[in-house]
Design a binder for this molecule. Sequence first.
Ligand SMILES: *[C@@H]1O[C@H](CO)[C@@H](O)[C@H](O)[C@H]1NC(C)=O
Ligand SMILES: *[C@@H]1O[C@H](CO)[C@@H](O)[C@H](O)[C@H]1NC(C)=O
Length: 321
Amino acid sequence: MDRRLAVFFSLLAISLHLLPLPGDASTFTITNNCDYTVWPGILSNAGVAPLSTTGFSLQKGESKPIALPSGWGGRFWGRTLCSTDKKTGQFTCLTGDCGSGKIECSGAGALPPATLAEFTLDGSGGMDFYDVSLVDGYNVAMLVAPRGGSGPNCTFTGCVNDLNGACPSELRVMSEGEESAVACKSACGKFNSPQYCCSGTYGSPDTCKPSSYSLAFKKACPRAYSYAYDDKSSTFTCKGSPDYTITFCPSPTTSQKASDEEGTPSTSSPSSNVIMNSSMVYEGALDMSSSPSTYNHVLCSPLIAGGVATIIAIWRLSQLF
Ligand SMILES: *[C@@H]1O[C@H](CO)[C@@H](O)[C@H](O)[C@H]1NC(C)=O
Ligand SMILES: *[C@@H]1O[C@H](CO)[C@@H](O)[C@H](O)[C@H]1NC(C)=O
């Protein structure tokens, strides 16, 4: 090969595969797989630059990509059963409302109960940390999946099951006509006691233990945070700044059929009222591949290809000089 061409391709290969450099953005793709409209809300952590959007609507089946700067931290959630008051022009949602009165949340967070997807990008050791949390309750099923990235627990997490139908009656938030559950409070949100909220004398992992309520959440959604000190089984990490997809109602069979915007009554099936056990939880999640091991394999292969290309490029350069 012509020497200059060889140098060109070597440098090209190196620049393509030694990336991402610090400062690279991650792309988050938010998808609404629910059979009703969801209005995602985004809250950046204190001290983190706000994003170009803090709230928008996603019709059934719609997706939206959002570029996040490196080092970003914050949370995503879904608002449901939203409408604009014809007289006042105020935008409000029955669940996950941020109180801004508009579709943009502009620095306001979700009113519990709401399922949260929490992220710290490029944290300790350069790793991304993420989780799906039911500590503030549940309103809609969510799945977070990295695309690319590496590490032993760089994998999907979320709460795929319908916890509205399965919510203990004392924790239920009902729709306006009281005909169906639209959200499920956490025990802390409902009873506000130190024991459930892990505060006061219960403010440490040793003293705050799971409750029967948090255990029911954990059983339905084993990868999600069920109470404040649930870190071990609920925090996931990725190296290599992957992109992420966040999907509302990842499994159509378990999605909450709360009344849609037109006010159609709920038609939830009897099976959605049963808390499913852990072996059934990821049924829907695994639609994207046949098994977790293939899923990891698919994710890893671009990395391997990248590594091989880099080695070839370095070898070519060493031949030149
Ligand atoms: C993932 O890895 C982190 C860091 O090693 C660890 O703290 C966490 O418990 C792990 N999470 C799971 C679900 O295994
Ligand atoms: C979970 O449910 C499935 C189907 O009902 C059942 O076959 C399985 O034994 C259950 N597993 C556990 C751990 O309860």
